[in-house]
Ligand binder design. Structure first.
Ligand code: CMC
Length: 431
């Protein structure tokens, strides 16, 4: 392989020179776009382990070093100094905002927080015990029925209004999904509050009494949203890009991303971690569950452990673990034993040969649920909280995809292993 060309020779001796692309960071990428045309073969890579699906300037991960950067800024620096809304601006517009730009952006997000009143009636059609992720994906999908003035993906102004709208309304929809299950009246947004404070207000205020915002709780949510804001081509983001690549309206593309996020191998893991910790119950049972996770004949996995990209540690898990101490000190003494159990589980798993050899470390979902629980957020809402943070990442990727001059509809190929051609047989002749 020369620096810029990867030469591939088929068993028949046909040689194809494939261009090699260099990103600003990360491994070089072989552009195989002409491989089928020239050699008549497809590549096969289930789970896209070695396949880049697009070019992107948004987020960079170095899994071996445990590095995560948004637009070049290490996530640790953003977590320490920034706010979620500022990070959202950075992801969407490539640069950190000036004070005026930030104020204007914040103001615009505040002014879009209310839902069309008709949408609130839509909520009443769900069963009282519907999972909030089911409600969230359905309601976000239904936004294309309420806000169809912003569905032209080629209209820059429409894309801008959509962006502000979805970012502003996600917490309102999420809180309404919670109120539906809690059997409480929906709470309208308060535009004098910050993004995370307003979410707490809509989740927990009731008409019967005044709700005091807890500042540590608001800080913790803001931090979690920063850490969940983007993670390059993960399953849900790739889903948004794929759905959007057909030219589908952006509300539908985001609803598709929410559906993908729900799975336990992805954003659903934070809910699964809490259920797992409750099932383990006490430190005495940890060895039994670690053994189950290692047993190939047992489908049980340590939820919140392992990652496709991080093979050293997940920097988000480290930051969240530190925040757990702060939140529990103020809000959640009753959850301290659960946190203690999680710490013991991490300690024991990280000493285990199986986890060491396979590079399995706690991921972003391992500790986040402990914070949510201490804040009084029910387990079924955990993945919804993930979705609130990740929406800006989905939108940033959707916007990048729409503007990509090389963008085409996503349409993978396959290795077909079904029947060869055969003829239809009348039903009475079939055995
Ligand atoms: N517990 C026990 N064994 C595990 C675990 C685990 N949590 N994760 C991976 N392994 C084993 C797996 O059995 C496999 O072993 P072998 O090579 O012997 O077959 C090996 O480690 C590699 O795992 P994989 O499933 O091939 O890796 P992947 O990159 O396809 O999957 C993952 C990554 C995150 C889906 C997986 O580690 C997992 O299922 N973890 C638990 C669920 C979870 O915490 N998901 C949240 C991911 S981070 C946030 C997000 O994306 O939303």
């Amino acid at each position: 392989m020369s620096k810029d060309v990867y030469t591939l020779t088929s068993p028949e001796g046909k040689t194809t020179e494939l261009p090699v692309r260099n990103g600003t960071m990360g491994p070089r990428v072989v552009d195989i776009g002409k491989l089928y045309r020239e050699q008549g073969v497809f590549t096969y890579d289930p789970g896209f382990v070695s396949t880049g699906s697009c070019e992107s300037e948004i987020t960079f991960i170095d899994g071996d070093k445990g590095l995560l950067m948004y637009r070049g800024y290490p996530v640790e620096q953003l977590a320490a100094h920034s706010s979620f809304i500022e990070v959202a601006y950075l992801l969407l517009y490539s640069e950190l905002p000036s004070a005026d730009q930030l104020a204007e952006f914040e103001e615009s997000i505040r002014r879009h927080t209310m839902l069309n009143e008709g949408m609130l009636r839509f909520f009443n059609g769900f069963r009282y015990d519907a999972h909030p992720m089911a409600v969230l994906s359905a309601v976000v999908g239904s936004m294309s029925a309420y806000y169809h003035d912003t569905m032209d993906v080629n209209d820059q102004r429409a894309r801008e209004v959509f962006t502000h709208r979805i970012l502003a309304k996600l917490p309102t929809i999420a809180a309404a999904a919670h109120k539906l299950t809690a059997g409480q009246p929906y709470v309208y947004p308060r535009n004098d509050l910050s993004y995370s404070e307003n979410l707490l207000h809509m989740l927990f205020a009731v008409p019967a009494e005044t709700y005091e915002i807890n500042e540590v709780a608001a800080q913790a949510l803001d931090l979690l949203f920063i850490l969940h804001a983007d993670h390059e081509q993960n399953c849900s983001t790739s889903t948004v890009r794929m759905a959007g690549s057909s030219g589908a309206n952006p509300y539908s593309a985001i609803a598709a991303g929410i559906a993908a996020l729900w799975g336990p191998a992805h954003g659903g893991a934070n809910e699964a971690v809490l259920r797992m910790l409750k099932e383990i119950g006490t430190a005495r049972n940890i060895p039994k569950y670690v053994a189950k996770a290692k047993d190939k004949d047992d489908p049980f996995r340590l939820m919140g452990f392992g990652h496709r990209v991080y093979k050293n540690f997940d920097p988000r898990a480290t930051i969240i673990r530190d925040m757990c101490h702060k939140v529990l000190a103020q809000n959640g003494q009753q959850d301290a034993p659960l946190f203690e159990l999680a710490l013991r589980l991490e300690e024991m798993a990280l000493k285990d040969e199986y986890f060491i050899e396979k590079n399995l470390y706690p991921n972003v979902d391992f500790y986040s649920g402990i914070i949510y629980r201490a804040l009084g957020i029910p387990t079924s809402m955990f993945t919804v909280m993930f979705a609130i943070g990740r929406t800006v990442g989905w939108v940033a990727h959707w916007r990048e995809m729409i503007r990509d001059p090389n963008g085409r509809i996503s349409r993978p190929r396959q290795l077909y292993t079904g029947s060869q051609q055969r003829d239809y047989m009348a039903i009475e002749k079939r055995g």
